[in-house]
Design a protein around this ligand. Sequence first.
Ligand code: CMC
Length: 390
Amino acid sequence: LGYFTYDPGFTATASCSSAITFIDGGNGILRYRGYPIEQLAKQSSFIEVAYLLLNGELPNRAEFTEFRKDITYHTMVHEKLNNFMAGFHYDAHPMAMMSGVVGSLASFYHDRLDMRDPEQRMLAAKRLIAKMPTIAAACYRHHMGWPSSYPQNRLGYTERFLDMMFSVPAEDYQVSEVAARAMDLLFILHADHEQNASTSTVRLVGSTGANPYACVASGIAALWGPAHGGANEAVLTMLEQIGDVSQIGKYINKAKDKNDPFRLMGFGHRVYKNFDPRAAIIREAAHAVLDDLGVSDPLMDLARELEQIALKDDYFVERKLYPNVDFYSGIIYKALGIPTSMFTVMFAIARTTGWVAHWLEQSANPTPIGRPRQVYTGATERNYVGIDNR
Ligand code: CMC
């Protein structure tokens, strides 16, 4: 291989050094800036976690107030962006809209910024965190054919998002506290996960010096795949397909069959080989949220049963395949009234914080352009033959 190693899928290659998120996959440990995910999930808020990821430390009260004010200040999007959105087909997948619309933010907000200035970089990061929920809600409303809604800045981050999603002029929509807290928890759990496929994509694009909106748009595109963030949507579709506990065995067999492309969605993880600590928190939360909202969802019982059966099956045990973060998150989103096609968008809103934290870290300590090598398997040298002699 000459002077480089062959590592498809980067299973054994560290692409950068980072001080943001620590994962010990063998022991199911996840920490943001040193703080265990379990503590943050219980005691913190998404906006505080966002500050932590971006700045490295938890904010004191004044810093928190200032940060929240800054994020709130940037929640509006340029009115012309609504014209851009209006051009999409009514049933365009919201992730397709998201990657296009977020990429286009550069045309509104980038030209006047000097990315060598750390303050300007932080401003871009805050803009992205602030505008993602506004854009996400607009994608949903475009699909529903509802009039635009504008961010209500008297509300907190997650309440504001739910309000933009669901308020319609004819009804007096009130964001439920339970719903807002559940959404906030999911956002905390999805906020960062070190060098996953989408964050690595953001860093690779960032290494070229591309603007932060282009970097995050590329992260959204990478997240969309069913092996990554698209799994939360795929889990719900799968559970609906299975339909009944009596069918679980058939689907487990399909997942084990090497001639069948079907995989148990929401199962397995590249790094976690014992358990995914986020899945453990989400499983508990899913029960609590359904109880609090008074929702009874047969898919929850189906998911529990599927988990139990898979965890006792040799195939899954030997390969260390456990439920991941996406296995139960869809059940909570569904209970909150979020449509399945928006699940990955929820992930994207939360992960924007991680993406911009990595982009800030990388921009402060520039690394060489990301440029992997390859193992060439094509033809050896041969001579060109004219078209009449082939
Ligand atoms: N169902 C059935 N078999 C599986 C599954 C699954 N969900 N996941 C892995 N395997 C098998 C795979 O076929 C292989 O078997 P063998 O050794 O006999 O060839 C073995 O387990 C190892 O799998 P792998 O594909 O080499 O593992 P990976 O680390 O490359 O892939 C993964 C990790 C998450 C892409 C994969 O487990 C998967 O496709 N899971 C389903 C999709 C999913 O839930 N994705 C969300 C990941 S968590 C959220 C996020 O961070 O994005």
